[in-house]
Design a binder for this molecule. Structure first.
Ligand SMILES: Cc1cc2nc3c(=O)[nH]c(=O)nc-3n(C[C@H](O)[C@H](O)[C@H](O)COP(=O)(O)OP(=O)(O)OC[C@H]3O[C@@H](n4cnc5c(N)ncnc54)[C@H](O)[C@@H]3O)c2cc1C
Length: 352
């Protein structure tokens, strides 16, 4: 005779993932690998562009765990060992890391290719990927999330994972609190090709000045990404570009992003997990956004597996929230102490 547990085990867990960036794709892939039925909807059609090319070497073992070591190597993204940091009047070269086997290298990964690599891997693993599709609503009774409305139809699922990035789609739908941890911060970013000689870099460079900081990262093939953030939180105008890039060819216009440090107070609850930027955002200087996206995806998939094997859903949600908030607070403290190395005259009073 079948017990409730064997009956439950026979029906695969059904998970809806909203957003196909690194958080959504990695969660979907890990869940499909453990036998779950996964539906992922992504508002855009891939390949789509995203800022954030500088990825730490720590992504490598995580992608290997997902069976993607060969794909990552084959993508042949440029690697750089260090970052030139000119900060508050001091100058140094910071290494990504080092062990007995040698120096570790960051990736300078074009996100359209990196993100597509992850999404296609999820699709190959059996995830139903619907591109160009946004949910029109979330199904829930009180705080319990039960599914989505997709293309006019109700999709009832055991879990909904919000991986929509800084839009915080689910948190906003459910009215969850999103706590700010910094004054409003606005980054401007852009790309250039045919970089003029004086701006050619072998490694990324971070430089502070009286008004803010500028990040330049070589992407290979004569391309370069730049990011600018001002201490006073004001967005640089749309035609702003780092002075050293004058004469290089801009690829389209620059864009802006709200990078105010913020965290969803309850990033997991009954029937839902918020992943990656949908759970918390830090400004690009943390340079761990993609790593956090991948790790939150893997952690949510792991906990859903444990719940299926009988663990308490409530405890799993609490564990996830504690883990994520602990990491976020650790990164906030590191960023604050880094920003405070700039003299008080240049950082707006109390801004950080
Ligand atoms: C200027 C800038 C520079 C950065 N530099 C770095 C860096 O060097 N290194 C680093 O690690 N991080 C960097 N980051 C942070 C990094 O970009 C993010 O942390 C990372 O992209 C988060 O991944 P994600 O999967 O959570 O979200 P995203 O990559 O934002 O993916 C979210 C996806 O959800 C989709 N979506 C949104 N709404 C909906 C909806 N309603 N329905 C369906 N789909 C939806 C979007 O189309 C998108 O594809 C930078 C950020 C900025 C703004």
């Amino acid at each position: 005779m079948k017990t409730n547990a064997t009956r439950r085990a026979a029906v695969p867990t059904h998970v809806a993932v909203v957003g196909g960036g690194p958080a959504g794709s990695c969660a979907a892939l890990a869940l499909a690998q453990q036998g779950a039925r996964v539906t992922l909807c992504e508002a855009l059609r891939f390949p789509r562009s995203r800022p954030g090319e500088s990825l730490p070497p720590a992504i490598e073992p995580l992608l290997a765990q997902l069976g993607l070591a060969r794909e990552l190597a084959a993508a042949d993204f440029p690697r750089t060992a260090g970052v030139e940091v000119q900060w508050g009047g001091r100058s140094e070269r910071r290494l990504a890391g080092q062990d007995a086997r040698g120096v570790w290298c960051n990736y300078q990964a074009e996100r359209s290719r990196f993100d597509a690599l992850l999404l296609r891997a999820a699709e190959r693993a059996g995830v139903e990927v619907r591109e160009g599709v946004r949910p029109s609503d979330v199904l829930h009774s009180g705080r319990q999330v039960n599914g989505l409305v997709l293309e006019g139809r109700e999709l009832r699922t055991d879990w909904v994972l919000d991986a929509t990035g800084g839009a915080h789609w689910l948190a906003r739908r459910l009215g969850l609190e999103i706590e700010p941890h910094s004054p409003p911060l606005h980054a401007r970013y852009g790309y250039v090709s045919q970089v003029v000689h004086r701006a050619r870099l072998a490694e990324p460079r971070l430089a502070s000045d009286d008004a803010g900081w500028t990040w330049l990262a070589p992407l290979g093939a004569g391309r370069l990404a730049w990011v600018r953030l001002r201490w006073d939180g004001v967005a640089e105008p749309a035609d702003w570009q780092p002075a050293e890039l004058a004469g290089s060819r801009p690829e389209g216009g620059s864009r802006g992003a709200d990078v105010t440090w913020r965290c969803v107070t309850e990033p997991a609850g009954p029937g839902y997990f918020c992943l990656g930027d949908a759970a918390c955002v830090l400004d690009p200087l943390s340079s761990h956004g993609v790593l956090r996206a991948i790790m939150t995806g893997l952690q949510a998939a792991h906990l859903i597996g444990q719940i299926r094997r009988g663990a308490s859903a409530r405890q799993a949600a609490d564990e996830y929230s504690r883990w994520l908030r602990g990491w976020f607070e650790h990164e906030v403290a590191a960023l604050r102490s880094f920003y405070r190395q700039i003299s008080p005259e240049t950082v707006a009073a109390g801004a950080f």
